[in-house]
Design a protein around this ligand. Structure first.
Ligand SMILES: Nc1ncnc2c1ncn2[C@@H]1O[C@H](COP(=O)(O)OP(=O)(O)OP(=O)(O)O)[C@@H](O)[C@H]1O
Length: 314
């Protein structure tokens, strides 16, 4: 039986030397083996030690043993993922992990890092996005490539079903860590993995492929909306002119405002906030009309002929 990760890497373009985000879990273990075979002597394993978990020291020891056997250098970074307000512990841990991986990679002169998310992870991510009422951006789920902190992160396994990776590991007796938190059903992702995916698989056997196609379609449409927002903001200005916003259709105005808030201020309005803002922009036809609306963790205000966003964090 061939490593399905090796098949995925066969035509994947990366720059060398290459980093592998290696947790010690099943998926990144299969990925590490495939990468070490495909690019001998060019692979660096990057491991993030999550100081919060008591088992983290054991995970690191396991990773060191595997890397020793594969003759792959292992670099470990520590994170203390305290979550800020409005951020879930999982989101905080993920954000801290990417920053740590990027810093480990830069330290080794590595510009490209592979992550091991697979087709099941992609479907779970889409379902989580649906559960949150996400827009196209969220339904696009995880991109196969992205730049973060100056590092190019790749996800070459997005078309590979989880069961194929695990079967290869088990068939070859390849050791990997079974993270106990993966079976904790207090986490939405785990509930989806253990209860929802088996039911979907029964009703829609092709779901991994078709969901992936939907994610790609959403990503394309989302990119077009971002292009349109850039065109509109070039006319409307940044900060945006109220009269120029009024010349746009309601949906185009919403798209431009969402893009402005996100790119200029990292502020993501709720649906209700955006609807209020649109109504205020539309109603703002007199000199004396004032606008002041809560948006994300700040406010949008009218200042003369323009809108401004202020962050009034305590
Ligand atoms: N502690 C870590 N150190 C380095 N990379 C990690 C770590 N945790 C996760 N990653 C990387 O991020 C990807 C997605 O994270 P996720 O939490 O879904 O992985 P995981 O459950 O640990 O899976 P895996 O079986 O791949 O190790 C992993 O496939 C791996 O490439």
């Amino acid at each position: 039986m061939d490593n399905p990760a090796a098949h995925a890497l066969a035509s994947w373009a990366v720059s060398l030397p290459l980093g592998i985000a290696y947790s010690g879990g099943a998926d990144s273990t299969a990925l590490l083996h495939a990468a070490a075979a495909r690019w001998p002597g060019q692979v660096q394993a990057l491991h993030v030690h999550h100081g919060l978990q008591s088992a983290a020291d054991d995970f690191e020891r396991h990773c060191a043993a595997t890397c020793g056997a594969l003759n792959v250098p292992l670099h470990t970074g520590r994170v203390d993922a305290r979550h800020g307000s409005g951020e879930s512990p999982e989101d905080a841990a993920r954000r801290a992990r990417y920053a740590a991986l990027a810093s480990l990679a830069s330290g080794q002169g590595v510009r490209d890092v592979l992550l091991a998310q697979h087709a099941d992870d992609q479907v779970e991510t889409m379902l989580i996005a649906l559960g949150r009422g996400a827009g196209l951006d969220g339904l696009a789920a995880m991109p196969p490539e992205m730049m973060r902190h100056g590092i190019r992160f790749h996800r070459p396994l997005l078309d590979v079903p989880a069961v194929q990776l695990r079967s290869w590991l088990v068939a070859g007796g390849v050791p990997f860590i079974e993270d106990p938190s993966n079976s904790d059903e207090r986490y939405t992702r785990n509930r989806i993995r253990h209860r929802v995916l088996p039911a979907i698989a029964e009703a829609l056997p092709q779901f991994r492929d078709t969901f992936a196609r939907s994610a790609r379609n959403a990503a394309r449409a989302s990119a077009l909306l971002a292009d349109l927002a850039k065109i509109d903001l070039a006319n409307v200005g940044v900060p945006p002119s109220i009269s120029a916003l009024q010349a746009l259709s309601r949906e185009r105005c919403a798209n431009a405002l969402r893009h402005w808030l996100r790119t200029a201020h990292r502020a993501v309005p709720s649906e209700a906030q955006l609807q209020q803002l649109l109504a205020q922009v539309d109603a703002c036809r007199t000199r004396g009309h004032s606008i002041r609306l809560k948006v994300a963790d700040g406010f949008v205000e009218r200042e003369g002929a323009e809108l401004r966003w202020y962050n009034v964090a305590p």
